[in-house]
Design a binder for this molecule. Structure first.
Ligand code: AMP
Ligand code: MG
Length: 533
């Protein structure tokens, strides 16, 4: 049943069950023996709603018209709170780029409260960019339109792609200016401030447990784990060493599933620090993320990571495991058995090794997948693709157009390659050895597919359900930002709409499926992003 904002049913379990910071002081500081600090969003000068997600509104059980109300704007821009809310910032730590970073916490996120819908689903509502908290360290607690737009659009795009993710309810500009040194080159500039309201069952991270463990606060560690299991994993039963282990195994499996989806759609998170890893296996904290344009496993959009490329596309699966190892270390005192936790950690690799090949086979349109048999075909393709600049999204989409079942005779090279040519950034790179290897691979591919006896039509339909046509290409997000900074939000709304049906051809919207234009190759925000947000 759709309701108004004031009729939402809040059940703030995180704050009710876990220890609060006893100090009422909104200054950067270390917060001990507490899971969170109560804090209020700061008012803004002239808030304006830029966009909202009707799907998230519906998920929360809110009536569609609620988004038009002044109350909605005020609450989700940080200018009002409802009585039933319990605004707070959570304490967590994390490993950043492989090193323990100590306390981090919600430096610019304020959770308003938790709601329970009619169907019993729990959703936390959280404002990002609504002011400082005790965890803001040296920063201002604010967010700029540029990064907020990227988070808003990408959360929703990922959801519609079928990738587990936190959601975004709304994007508002605050009317206030925020100073950012976007290139970290000592040239700060004013940018429009913005607030996103994001939504997830909880925002509990790997780092939530790491901070308690790092301080040897075993009471807090146990309280956090018990709260998490009872509230979000009740099917596991009452906490015990076995249940903590099984809980960890479940997080491992969900993390594996999430990363397999990232690899499927060509998403590069960019900052897979353990504070940015959700215990629900949801994609969280959209910062300097990016989408693979030309298929390059070594690519990362994050300029802060340019030197070692720790979080490059091809490394994401391994980093998932590394991060889980940190979580295992954090919860170790609860289990007190290395073998049990080690076994649960192996669930990650087991799950990944099962789902990744199946996912790749689906991308290729192989109906009856056999891991051993198909590995060489998959592996060889992934060796060939980086040798030229070929758009990942368009390559897999076009592969569905390579005819296999129709026509008896072996097609010539030109005919085989033709459906794929549009995916190449420089078709004249497709010569010599690479061309021969590509053709050779396509011939093997045809042979493999032909053996299945599935019609081209059927195969194409199946492939187009796993290979998206529309993704939030880095330059498209930037164009929406450029417009919105000038006060024009048409493109934001159109992108939101296109990305609702990423697997469907949408006549008249072909331009959103095009390869990255040449001007975007080196432009900031399109091909490279800093963490400044
Ligand atoms: P991130 O890399 O964006 O996940 O952020 C890492 C840490 O820095 C988290 O604790 C954030 O809350 C904090 N942080 C990032 N930007 C800001 C900001 N503008 N103000 C306060 N804290 C921030
Ligand atoms: Mg973060």
């Amino acid at each position: 049943m759709a309701v108004s904002l004031t009729e939402l049913a809040f059940d703030n379990r995180f704050t009710a069950e876990l220890p609060a910071d006893p100090m009422d002081l909104n200054r950067p500081r270390q917060v001990h023996h507490a899971a969170y600090s109560r804090v209020q969003p700061i008012p803004t000068s002239s808030p304006r709603l830029i966009a909202h997600s009707p799907e998230v509104l519906e998920m929360l059980g809110l009536d569609a018209s609620v988004a038009e109300t002044d109350g909605f704007l005020r609450v989700f821009s940080g200018n009002a709170t409802l009585d039933a809310m319990d605004p707070h910032a959570a304490c967590y730590g994390g490993h950043q780029f492989g090193n323990w970073a100590g306390q981090l916490g919600d430096g610019r996120a304020i959770t308003l409260g938790e709601i329970v819908t009619d169907t019993g689903e729990r959703h936390m509502l959280q404002l990002k960019g609504a002011g400082p908290t005790p965890y803001s360290r040296t920063a201002d607690g604010l967010a700029v339109l540029r990064s907020s737009m990227r988070e808003f659009l990408c959360s929703e795009a990922m959801h519609h792609l079928g990738v587990p993710t936190t959601r975004a309810l709304s994007l508002a500009i605050t009317g206030d200016q925020v100073t950012r040194d976007m290139f970290y080159d000592g040239r700060p500039a004013l940018e429009p401030g913005a607030v996103v309201c994001r939504v997830a069952p909880s925002f509990i991270r790997f780092g939530t447990f790491e901070i308690a463990r790092s301080r040897d606060d075993l009471d807090l560690l146990r309280q956090l784990a018990d709260h998490t299991i009872r509230t979000h994993f009740p099917e596991l039963g009452a906490p015990s060493a076995e249940v903590y282990t099984e809980w960890f195994a479940e997080i491992a499996r969900r993390t594996a599933d999430m990363i397999v989806h990232w690899q499927r759609v060509g998403f590069v998170h960019g900052v897979m620090n353990t504070d940015n890893m959700s215990i629900h296996g949801l994609t969280i904290d959209y910062g300097p993320y990016g989408w693979l344009e030309d298929y390059d496993p070594g690519w990362t959009p994050n300029t802060t990571d340019a030197q070692f490329k720790r979080y490059r596309y091809g490394a994401q699966p391994h980093i998932g495991q590394w991060n889980l190892t940190q979580l295992a270390n954090a919860i170790y005192p609860l289990v007190d058995d290395v073998d049990m936790l080690q076994g649960a950690l192996e669930e990650y690799t087991n799950r990944f090794n099962e789902t990744w090949p199946a996912m790749m086979a689906a991308k290729l349109g192989i109906a009856t997948h056999d891991t051993n048999r198909d590995q060489p075909l998959i592996g060889d393709l992934l060796e060939i693709l980086p040798k030229t600049e070929v758009d990942m999204t368009l390559f897999f989409r076009s592969l569905a157009d390579v005819a296999v079942s129709e026509g008896e005779s072996e097609p010539d090279d030109e005919t085989l390659l033709k459906p794929l040519l549009g995916a190449y950034y420089e078709t004249d790179q497709l010569t010599g050895d690479v061309r021969a290897e590509t053709v050779g691979w396509l011939q093997r591919y045809r042979g493999r597919i032909a053996g299945e006896g599935r019609s081209d039509h059927e195969r194409r339909e199946a492939m187009n359900r796993v290979n998206p046509l529309y993704v939030l290409r880095n330059y498209l997000a930037q164009l929406a930002i450029d417009d919105a900074e000038k006060g024009e939000t048409g493109l934001t709304h159109e992108l939101l709409d296109v990305l609702r049906r990423p697997y469907d051809e949408q006549p008249g919207r072909e331009r959103f499926a095009e390869k990255r234009p040449d001007w975007a190759r080196t432009r900031a925000g399109c091909s490279m992003l800093s963490c400044s947000s």
